[in-house]
Write a protein that binds this ligand. Structure first.
Ligand code: COA
Length: 262
């Protein structure tokens, strides 16, 4: 990573890029600059072959991301409100969901509104035991605008999503785990090491196969596509990759695969 950012810290270790949203005095809330910088950092990492997985977390011990920056959008009109949502979808939330490398949310505290939406756009979520999650938008007179109305129902089911969104209530980490919103719950001091452990497994696998798996899983949630048909096509294409040849040869030769990544 060449670029440095104001509201976002980046660190690469063993093929895993950790991106830390760094506005702890505003509980890491997402203002426009932070959205732009997150997008830029992800764009930069997309082209770096040595980066195999991404972890997104928040600075400090209190918050992952406490939502969109309420102060910044307080005076917005209808057009600006629509634009806020559309830009966010394009630059961050859909962008992460369709990213070519797995993105893990390390939820180290409050994940509210846009913060929970950020975590839900990630492929895997790990929460620390102090985490609190919710979509409190209706208490501000708005609705979730960064994919929350769709992804929460996909992850926890429609009934619980309705309840969380219309009551604006927060849930704790244990409840998030029980609902399938968090894959794991750890002590705060173990959170990043758990995410890195997951990332290090990802780093050993075929990056081409992983990229394709992400695409095909997402296809099933896209009303324009038939996930099963996309799976057939993409499965076939894998047989033309070097990673497939290496993976199968390594198995037959009883050795560990060393994937070239193409
Ligand atoms: N947007 C802008 N600023 C935010 C913010 C947000 N989403 N969340 C927190 N902050 C700011 C606070 O305004 C405060 O700034 P200040 O010190 O300049 O006054 C600072 O972060 C610390 O937050 P504070 O509210 O004092 O902490 P707390 O421990 O009392 O409460 C929360 C923590 C998370 C319960 C509370 O900050 C909150 O409800 N935040 C908004 C969550 C939300 O509705 N998000 C959805 C947005 S669509």
């Amino acid at each position: 990573m060449i670029m440095t950012y104001e509201n976002v810290l980046t660190e690469i270790e063993n093929g895993i890029l950790t991106i830390t949203v760094n506005r702890p005095d505003k509980l890491n809330s997402l203002n426009n600059k932070t959205i732009e910088e997150l997008h830029e950092a992800l764009l930069e990492a997309e082209n770096e072959k040595d980066i195999k997985a991404i972890i997104i977390t928040g600075a400090g011990t209190k918050a992952f991301v406490a939502g969109a920056d309420i102060a910044e959008f307080a005076d917005f009109n209808v057009t600006q409100g629509r634009q806020l949502s559309a830009t966010g979808h394009f630059k961050i939330f859909n962008f992460i969901e369709n990213y070519s490398k797995p993105v893990i949310a390390a939820i180290n505290g409050f994940a509210l509104g846009g913060g929970l939406e950020l975590a839900m756009a990630c492929h895997i979520r790990v929460a620390s035991d102090n985490a609190k999650m919710g979509l409190p938008e209706v208490s501000l007179g708005v609705i979730p605008g960064y994919g929350g109305t769709q992804r929460l129902a996909q992850l926890v089911g429609k009934g619980k999503a309705f309840e969380m969104i219309v009551t604006a209530d927060m849930i704790n980490a244990e409840e998030a785990f029980r609902l399938g919103l968090a894959n794991y719950v750890t002590k705060q001091e173990d959170l990043l090491s758990k995410c890195k452990e997951i990332g290090s497994k990802i780093a050993l696998r075929s990056s081409v196969a992983i990229k394709t798996a992400i695409k095909v899983i997402n296809a099933g949630y896209n009303k324009q596509e038939n996930g099963y048909e996309v799976e057939i096509e993409e499965f076939g294409k894998m047989f033309g990759t070097q990673d497939f040849k290496e993976g199968v040869n390594a198995f037959l030769e009883k050795r560990k695969a060393n994937f070239p990544g193409n």
